[in-house]
Design a protein around this ligand. Structure first.
Ligand code: T5A
Length: 219
């Protein structure tokens, strides 16, 4: 059950759901997309109803917002605008895909979710974490992941795996990416029952085995 209870905020908008919501988080190139896809294939192989989505994006409106967010030309975008655009993309995805799929009982795997905003805009850019939690509660209708895998890897290392092309966020300084990583550790320390820290430097096959075993446990 993806529980609509935390992330601060409060108030109305709670939605009862019954699927499982699993998210992948971490720095650039840490292996999230790779492991999200491998987990999806593992579950599909067991006959589960599973769907894989990404943030920002996943539906037409949110993909348009993604293009704005990652466009290198948008150097003037301030941190408040950036935070709200990530939330806007998320709100649309929650409404169009996340809630309907969880209500159908689907196992939903999402490449990034609200923890990314806490890490990148909160710990990275200095936007108030409390404000992000409140606006996040509004954008997500209180939906939170059942389980989150934080693939821990230095962003420099991750970016090297990925070739030379860089988007607006990836072009930020080494210090910025170090704050993001430290932010993820803070989030993991605060919610150890939800967030599983995985060493992103380990061989892919070992991490796949750890991730699939952990998910099999909760299903
Ligand atoms: N963002 C996002 C915010 O600032 N706030 C938010 O709220 C949200 C939601 C999204 C950007 O937006 C920011 C974060 C991002 O900067 P994106 O293009 O989706 O942009 O960027 P990423 O999510 O970082 O996606 P990447 O593709 O860059 O990284 P992944 O998915 O972590 O990495 P992956 O799986 O593609 O792997 C990269 C390479 O490493 C290899 C893979 O084969 C691949 O070649 N690899 C491994 N190599 C060695 N060992 C392993 N264990 C490996 N695992 C994978």
């Amino acid at each position: 059950m993806a529980s609509p209870d935390k992330y601060g905020g409060g108030g109305s908008g709670l939605t009862a759901v019954r699927g499982k919501f699993i998210t992948f988080e971490g720095a650039e190139g840490c292996g999230k997309s790779t492991h999200a896809a491998l987990l999806s294939a593992h579950l599909a192989g067991q006959g589960a109803a599973v769907r894989l989505i990404r943030e920002p994006g996943g539906v037409v409106i949110s993909e348009k917002v993604r293009a704005l967010l990652l466009d290198k030309k948008n150097v003037a975008m301030n941190k408040e605008c950036e935070t709200l655009l990530y939330m806007a993309a998320r709100a649309q995805l929650v409404e169009e895909v996340i809630i309907p799929e969880l209500n159908k009982g689907t196992i939903l795997i999402c490449d990034r979710f609200l923890d990314s905003t806490l890490a990148y805009q909160g710990y990275g850019c200095g936007v108030s974490v409390d404000i992000i939690k409140s606006v996040g509660f509004f954008a997500t209708k209180g939906i939170r992941p059942d389980l989150t895998f934080f693939l821990d890897l230095d962003a420099e290392e991750g970016l090297q795996r990925r070739g030379t092309e860089r988007d607006r966020i990836e072009l930020r300084s080494r210090d910025y990416h170090a704050r993001v990583r430290a932010g993820y550790h803070e989030i993991a320390r605060a919610e150890p029952e939800r967030v599983v820290v995985i060493d992103g430097r380990r061989p892919r096959e070992e991490n796949t085995a750890t991730i699939c075993a952990r998910v099999d446990e909760i299903l």
